[in-house]
Design a binder for this molecule. Structure first.
Ligand code: HEC
Ligand code: HEC
Length: 462
């Protein structure tokens, strides 16, 4: 009733003046009207086990549930070399044998290269842009280094990571140890090209992405502020990337630099680049770089059946978001207020709404708390990879969602944060923030210890 009043009052005012504010949306913005546990709206699952990233969204039809579980099986499956009756087509060069090896329990992976649980991969390119403004493939290596290969095949290169540590001391004496990674490329099968640029990336969590794919482009653009007109230091920009399916430039949503436009392209490219498995979306084998790739005839029988690719896409699209724990706790609520006060929320946007999805009600018109703006930001030199990716520069990274952050230890053991997994604790991750987030990092380090602890409790409740 109250709402009707407001709207009626507004209509009357319009007649007399132009001062009428937008219809009162405070009911939609006011958190107290909503259950704070529902980070993914209807697509939330309240579970606190190691499987909390691996649950389908509620309300799937029996048939959709079957497709989800077929996709699940393909996601878990270690693929093998062709010819094989099932799950063939691996390689000849690749990064790992299964999606789940890099996205453990649909969460993150280990910051190492090439081992069973290793989840790091290394992008490569040379200065310049391809015909769509994307990274220019390194001759003989393509856009990604495949550092593992089938028996009898030479991997493109061997990649190692080592760390140097330095101690950070808070004004109140508490310390944190920050480790800086250095990467070494050795034994390339041919010489690496002059001036090559690399970008290390660790596999992120893969739940809730159906919701993020449904966030209207206009909502994402509403948070951009490339010239920092509001003077808060934050200049979010959207990335625009070439989509091989629509054959157009589209807004980037996925990947560490918002370098991929859709889940279909993301999954097909993962199969192709990370595992060497071709599909109707990415039909060319990816070994020894693009130039040799194009020498391989586009086969009519891809490694992966269309229905299998679509099932994995559907699986990813329909993974629910874990609900929050302890959202009503006093410390957690205080931490939430601090998060907003020091403007962490300027990039990690607490609330957005998804658009309409006529097929999957749990993803449609949902009020979600992903804590991302899906935009790219200059995060400072210390985090830079110095490798542009479409509109994203060498210092830019996409704000990652923070939902599920507090569950990572349950799903993945020791968590590894940031694009390359260098941070071992949330505190380390925050201390690495620079560039557009310098003010907020500074504010964090100046907080009294109890306030820092409250902020961390809030983050652990996500
Ligand atoms: C070698 C490890 C590795 C393997 C194998 C792998 N991924 Fe990934 N995955 C990554 C990395 C690293 C990224 C970030 C890529 C980027 O920034 O472009 C990623 C990104 C993603 C994303 C986007 C997540 C987001 O929020 O942006 C999805 C979805 C995904 N992978 C699904 C899959 C699927 C499905 C498979 C199996 C076909 C797979 N991955 C195989 C490492 C891996
Ligand atoms: C200017 C935008 C911006 C602001 C402001 C900001 N962040 Fe971030 N945040 C990012 C980006 C971008 C990354 C990813 C950086 C990377 O991967 O190297 C990130 C990463 C993180 C991560 C690691 C997440 C993960 O999954 O690895 C945490 C935790 C985090 N931010 C918390 C905070 C907190 C707390 C604040 C306030 C003190 C804050 N952020 C302020 C943009 C921002």
């Amino acid at each position: 009733m109250k709402k009707i009043y407001v709207i009626a009052g507004c209509a009357l005012l319009i007649i007399g003046s132009t001062m009428c504010r937008k219809p009162n949306t405070s009911a939609l913005d006011d958190d107290s009207n909503f259950d704070p546990r529902l980070s993914g709206g209807m697509a939330t699952f309240l579970d606190v086990s190691s499987g909390s990233f691996s649950t389908p969204i509620p309300g799937l039809s029996a048939n959709d549930a079957r497709v989800h579980s077929l996709g699940d099986q393909l996601f878990e499956q270690s693929f093998v070399a062709a010819p094989a009756p099932r799950f063939g087509g691996l390689g000849p060069a690749y990064n790992n044998t299964a999606c789940a090896n890099c996205h453990h329990n649909d969460g993150i992976g280990l910051p190492t290269f090439g081992g069973v649980g290793s989840s790091l991969l290394m992008r490569i390119s040379i200065p310049g842009e391809d015909e769509h403004g994307g990274p220019l493939p390194a001759p003989g290596f393509g856009g990604q280094l495949q550092n593992v290969a089938l028996f009898g095949v030479q991997p493109e290169v061997h990649v190692d990571v080592a760390y140097t540590e330095q101690t950070y001391t808070f004004p109140d004496g508490e310390t944190a140890t920050l480790r800086t990674p250095t990467y070494t490329l050795s034994n390339p099968y041919i010489s690496l090209p002059a001036g090559y640029m690399t970008s290390p990336r660790i596999g992120p969590t893969v739940f809730g992405l159906g919701l993020l794919e449904n966030v209207p482009e206009s909502t994402i653009l509403a948070h951009t502020d490339p010239n920092d007109v509001n003077g808060d230091g934050i200049k979010g920009r959207a990335n625009y990337v070439y989509d091989p399916v629509t054959k157009r430039m589209e807004i980037g949503r996925f990947g560490k630099k918002a370098n991929t436009s859709s889940l279909l392209v993301q999954v097909a490219t993962a199969f192709q680049q990370d595992m060497g498995i071709t599909s109707y979306v990415q039909p060319l084998k990816s070994v020894y770089g693009q130039s040799q790739m194009s020498a391989v005839p586009a086969s009519t029988a891809y490694d992966l059946a269309d229905s299998s690719l679509n099932a994995v896409v559907f699986y990813i699209k329909t993974l629910a978001v874990p609900g929050r724990r302890n959202a009503g706790n006093t410390d957690v609520k205080r931490g939430e207020a601090i998060f907003k006060q020091i403007n962490c929320s300027g990039c990690h946007i607490p609330t957005m709404y998804t658009g309409v999805d006529v097929n999957l009600p749990a993803l449609s018109n949902q009020r979600i708390h992903a804590y991302t703006d899906m935009l790219i930001h200059d995060m400072g030199d210390a985090l830079a990879d110095h490798r542009p990716d479409y509109m994203a520069g060498g210092n830019d990274w996409r704000t990652p969602p923070l939902w599920g952050l507090g569950m990572l230890e349950k799903t993945n053991g020791v968590p590894n944060y940031l694009h390359d997994g260098r941070a071992r604790t949330v505190t380390e991750a925050i201390l690495w923030h620079g560039g557009e987030a310098s003010n907020m990092r500074h504010a964090f380090t100046k907080l009294p210890k109890t306030d820092r602890a409250a902020l961390l409790s809030f983050l652990q409740s996500l």
